[in-house]
Design a protein around this ligand. Sequence first.
Ligand code: ZN
Length: 478
Amino acid sequence: MTLTLYNTLTRRKEPFAPIDPGNVRMYVCGPTVYDYAHIGNARPIIVFDVLFRLLRHTYGPEHVTYARNITDVDDKINARSAKAGIDIRTLTEQTTRQFHADIAALGVLSPTVEPRATEHIPEMRRLCEELVTRGHAYVAEGHVLFDVASMPDYGRLANRSLEEMEAGARIEVAPYKKGPMDFVLWKPSKPGEPAWPSPCGIAAPGRPGWHLECSAMSDRWLWQEPQTRGLLSKAGLKQPHVFDIHGGGIDLVFPHHENEIAQSRCAYETAVMANVWMHNGFLQVEGEKMAKSLGKVITINELLQEWPGEAIKLAMLSSHYRQPINWTEHGLTEAKRTLDHWYELTAGTPEGAPLCADVLEALEDDLNTPQAIAALHALRSEAARGARPAAACLKASAYLLGLLQLDAAQWRAWRPATLAITGKKIEALIATRNAARKAKNFKEADRIRDELAAVGIQLEDSKDPATGKIKTTWKAKR
Ligand SMILES: [Zn+2]
């Protein structure tokens, strides 16, 4: 079977044919580093990690280039830095370190390159100049703006006409803009904000717009570098500046990806920026929208205190990537239990077993992870009946989804960093246990002791020498 992927650009599933099978190239929009990454941010990281693994399996690990950027210059960063009283560089570096630590715990592979926006300012300036020269951008009041009217099929990715977008736009139209949908490529920096020498003869220093960053970084790492370093075959050189796959969350389709396309296609005069555009669906928490304003944001870091990274990953992959996902505690509990069982069954199985054809086939069908997981469950049933080859195959196949990467002992040793239970609840359970013991219901008393032990709480009974009564204390075992 060949790999088929749903392409947002054409709105259908298509067989995937890389431009250069010797160097399959993928770009995914990475985080803006101003705060802890939340689970909505984790979804594209996890989804495109599975695709990266599948491409490496299909074309060979050294024949895939995956670029995922770090946006370290942005309005949100400036605002957070001012509010928190931390300088911008310290904030972006701290946040980037935290992001790396969090996603490492999720067990995803590192991308081939992780370009940072602030290290690509010359490329961004050149893009501005190019777009102005070609008549797709103009300078107004210290800004460089993209002239949307200069691109006949602007809106193709979002599948909306310019008129529809203008009617739906609730943006305050700056007087210096020619058209209401024209967007910023470069803008003047306010005092105290990061600033670089401006392009296009603008005297005042400024900074790039967000959309421009991805156009500059993707071209540098997926076209210029591979080309100059001879990493592309003749086939790869046939479509200059175009790469294979561009991914991100569905919320990025408009305006971010539409504008990336406008910039890149108009600067390089190409028919497409990337051949395949992939978008993961929204994420809800317990049936509701996750929004900072509602105080409902769950960070990856918070979750990792209570759950192993692979459980988070399995819970995430249990929904198809294009479907909205409803994130629940129940889903995580199930995922953890499943992995406990899989680890137990696959302990000590030999490495290098063949992959399960059903798992591979499911993933090749537009990354159908729920079906791949169902195939893994089928293997588990076989393995549970004592079939060692099935257990070895389960381990090898789960690895393609980035699961069962630890050894069984490591998995068993995992403990939550913060207690999944409050002190109040522990005291209440101790009281219930003491009452049970008084009533000589030792079975119930032991059950409560075991329940607490399962969440890392150890009870110690001692006789109070003064009163002769049994006193129970508890401590958390890490
Ligand atoms: Zn982007």
